[in-house]
Ligand binder design. Structure first.
Ligand code: HEC
Length: 270
């Protein structure tokens, strides 16, 4: 429903600008290092293009002030500004965009992981690999599809970010938009199912036994907006070993507590 709601209240460009700014916030550190050294020229060019596209989208949405901020952000990226500064700017700006246009990107119901996994095999496996490891030898792509089987590569992806990538695609890459092919519920099911690929089933089973000792497990709304790295940070306060914490993450990604869409739920320990 959110896209329909969004169209009633905000231009689609505003949602795309939000999503582009989230990429900058999420990925800039892989383009430029802490001493402003360029790690990847290609990644940096992509980030410049994202900020420029965000400015165009914001202008088209009638938010000239936010567009000017996006231009400023693009300037800092083009100058290879320090990650701490650029990421903070991108996050603050995407927050202002979300607030101005009242964007809510959260699922309406608990995800159906079985359906999501089926959709993954149909729509994504050709590029991202049946088991989340892309078999890229057959693909002539300018950028490589994300390896969902790699903990390191998915560490910064929340279901919300995956939903956004599936909805809008990643501009300038082979990653297509599925907003016409898949309805919103299907895209959310996928977004949650993708994050199972980095956690083998036996680890999930072991994690389930440990989770029973926790006072509560996170609900699906909390999980929708959290990356695995954020879950790791929360679990650092737990008495579990590093291995057990990974097993806990595997378990909570595959079975979740109930949530009410009306509660943000962010302040209940997770
Ligand atoms: C035609 C090949 C192709 C198909 C099909 C495809 N992807 Fe991708 N995907 C890519 C490429 C290439 C990238 C890397 C984009 C980049 O360089 O940032 C990517 C990146 C992503 C990302 C990471 C985005 C981010 O924020 O970093 C997600 C999530 C993703 N794809 C999910 C999916 C899902 C889910 C499906 C199926 C519905 C899918 N993709 C289908 C090629 C594809």
């Amino acid at each position: 429903m959110w896209l329909a709601l969004l169209l009633a209240t905000a231009p689609a460009e505003a949602a795309r600008a939000y999503s582009l700014l989230s990429y900058v916030g999420g990925d800039y550190a892989s383009a430029v290092g802490p001493r402003r050294e360029v790690i990847s020229r290609q990644e940096l060019d992509e980030q410049i293009a994202f900020a420029a596209d965000a400015a165009t989208d914001l202008r088209a949405s009638g938010a000239a002030d936010l567009a000017a901020e996006a231009d400023g952000l693009r300037g800092r990226i083009a100058a290879a500004g320090p990650p701490a500064e650029v990421i903070a700017l991108a996050r603050a700006l995407s927050g202002r965009v979300a607030a101005r246009f009242k964007l809510v990107m959260i699922p309406e119901r608990a995800p159906d992981l079985r359906r999501g996994t089926g959709l993954y095999l149909q729509a994504c496996a050709a590029c991202h690999g049946v088991d989340g490891t892309p078999r890229v030898a057959h693909l002539e792509l300018t950028t490589q599809p994300t390896a969902f089987s790699s903990r390191q590569q998915v560490a910064r992806l929340s279901p919300q970010r995956i939903f956004s990538a599936v909805t809008f695609g990643v501009p300038g890459t082979a990653m297509p938009s599925f907003s016409d092919a898949l309805d919103e519920g299907e895209r959310w099911d996928l977004a949650f199912a993708v994050l199972l690929l980095a956690h083998p089933p036996e680890e999930r089973r072991r994690g389930e036994e440990i989770v029973r000792r926790l006072p509560r497990r996170p609900d699906w709304l909390q999980l929708a907006v959290r990356t695995d790295d954020q879950l790791r940070i929360t679990l650092q306060q737990s008495p579990f070993s590093a291995e057990d914490r990974e097993a806990v993450i595997a378990a909570v990604r595959s079975t979740f507590a109930d949530a009410k869409v009306t509660t943000a739920g962010a302040s209940r320990g997770w």
